[in-house]
Design a protein around this ligand. Structure first.
Ligand SMILES: NC(=O)c1ccc[n+]([C@@H]2O[C@H](COP(=O)([O-])OP(=O)(O)OC[C@H]3O[C@@H](n4cnc5c(N)ncnc54)[C@H](O)[C@@H]3O)[C@@H](O)[C@H]2O)c1
Length: 461
């Protein structure tokens, strides 16, 4: 049964897509085997950032028609020209290849009239007190509500942004109802579908997820999302709205905890002359533990872990809980990047006037995102101590420049190598090809090739 009242968007022929699109997902094979029907949907995505644009481009690849909405006209213009406004591996190719299936607009009316499902993918940044800023989500919910007022057909609203438990039900729902004059569960559906993609490998993660979580207010919303995600072969976890919201926070908090844990062990190992990576390999073979997220270094960053941990802590305190573990996880992470300066000073005791090469500004390889990057506190500290910073990153220099215009940006990694000492802060592939002989290298990311340096120090090994 098609969950929409538009039979033309549904097909009983699972081979239909294969005629029109290049299919590389195993999921389609199992779909063929099960002879299930395929629903090609009309989707709109509010917020064309890392999550929204990747979601849109991947759904377009799967054959759906996608309209991206954003308030940033430059992004809209680029997407409509088949260009990606952000760097993410494979995203540019998807936007060109599936151009016929994806368009972008700043016009909510157009997007809502021409879609059956709207995903909310706007940012939920931290406020200065650590709590999370819901203003973008509220603004989008209001806009959706106003447009739904003009629309007769049932419509599904899906929150994909990371929001604290209760937000979809207590914030998004009443705003949409108020501005649309309609009733949830009757006139429109509501769901929460957290996103677990990792920047740098976001396209791959979206297309090959470990699991998909859908929390739904009503049955019809669940049917629509089941049909939309039917082509994926991973487990689909169906929960309440709030459990879906909490799964995202608990997952991020656990992963951040794992990294802070191994960094604490790593600091201990460094003092004791033990290689933490050997320890992690030995631990990781225990399937109760697992090897992932046990790479010690200078800590976690990015747009998600820091703000999600802070939001979770602030929320726990608001509820009268004392989140001791989470607070220590953040504390360990705040101190960890400065370990690299401590080690640098063993070899260059006075940083005033010394040229320090900074290799990597993105919070991880494969992205131009510098939000929460470990390079931020490190560059700040270097400048405070009077060092001359020469930085290089293959993708993130433009973004970093907006925050630190005063440092020198090199045109190549080789250029940044000619300094008194080099700090490796992001594990970009191209850093492996450099000749580190004769150099002083302090490594925050375990780059085997850099061990050939005249002086080499690993931060936790
Ligand atoms: N980046 C990640 O790796 C990641 C992973 C999983 C979940 N998330 C979550 O997904 C959400 C989005 O994160 P992101 O990294 O994609 O954010 P982002 O900042 O890259 O993108 C947000 C986009 O929303 C747009 N926007 C703001 N107000 C708008 C409005 N009223 N209407 C339409 N567009 C509007 C902005 O212009 C921007 O393009 C956050 O809640 C985040 O925590 C992010």
């Amino acid at each position: 049964m098609c969950p929409f009242n538009y039979p033309d968007t549904c097909t009983g022929d699972p081979n239909r897509r294969e005629e029109n699109y290049e299919i590389d997902l195993h999921a389609y094979q199992s779909l063929n085997e099960s002879r299930g029907y395929v629903v090609l949907m009309n989707l709109s995505i509010a917020g064309a950032g890392y999550v929204g644009l990747v979601t849109g481009a991947c759904f377009a690849k799967l054959g759906n028609r996608v309209i991206c909405m954003d308030i940033d006209e430059m992004k809209i213009d680029m997407i409509n020209r088949g260009l990606s406004p952000l760097y993410e591996e494979g995203l540019g190719e998807l936007l060109i290849t599936y151009r016929d299936n994806i368009e972008a607009t700043t016009d909510y009316g157009y997007a809502l009239r021409n879609s059956d499902v709207t995903f909310i993918c706007v940012g939920t940044p931290s406020k200065s007190d650590g709590s999370f800023d819901l203003s973008f989500v509220r603004a989008v919910a209001e806009e959706i509500g106003k447009q739904l007022k003009e629309k007769e057909e049932w419509h599904l609203v899906v929150v994909k942004s990371t929001v604290l438990p209760g937000t979809t039900r207590d914030v998004v729902l009443p705003i949409v109802e108020k501005h649309s004059g309609k009733r949830v569960g009757r006139d429109f559906g509501l769901a929460m579908n957290p996103e677990f993609l990792r920047e740098g490998v976001a396209v791959k993660d979206f297309l090959e997820p470990d699991r998909i979580v859908i929390g739904c207010y009503d049955e019809r919303s669940r049917d629509v999302l089941r049909a939309l995600y039917k082509v994926f072969s991973c487990p689909i976890v169906e929960t309440s709205l709030s459990a879906a919201e909490m799964i995202k926070y608990a997952s991020n908090a656990f992963l951040a905890t794992k990294i802070s844990f191994i960094n604490e062990i790593g600091n201990l190992c460094k003092r004791a002359g033990v290689d933490t990576y050997e320890v992690a390999d030995g631990m990781g073979l225990d399937e109760r533990i697992g090897r992932a997220f046990l790479d010690s270094g200078i800590g976690w960053g990015g747009s998600c872990f820091p703000k999600d941990l802070h939001a979770l802590i602030a929320w726990a305190q608001e509820l009268g809980e004392n989140p001791r573990i989470l607070e220590r996880v953040v504390e360990v992470n705040d101190l960890q990047p400065l370990k690299i300066i401590e080690l640098l000073k063993r070899h260059v005791p006075l940083l005033t006037g010394r040229v320090i090469g900074v290799f990597g500004l993105a919070f991880k390889p494969g992205t131009d995102d510098v939000r929460g990057s470990r390079a931020l506190p490190i560059v700040k500290q270097l400048l405070e101590e009077g060092a001359i910073v020469k930085a290089y990153d293959p993708e993130a220099m433009e973004n970093f420049k907006k925050l630190y215009p005063q440092i020198e940006y090199c045109s190549s990694a080789e250029d940044a190598l000619s300094s008194d000492a080099v700090l490796i802060l992001t594990r970009w592939e191209e850093f492996r090809k450099l000749d580190y002989k004769g150099k002083v290298v302090i490594d925050g990311r375990r780059l085997e090739e850099a061990k050939k340096a005249k002086i080499y120090e690993g931060v936790c090994w």
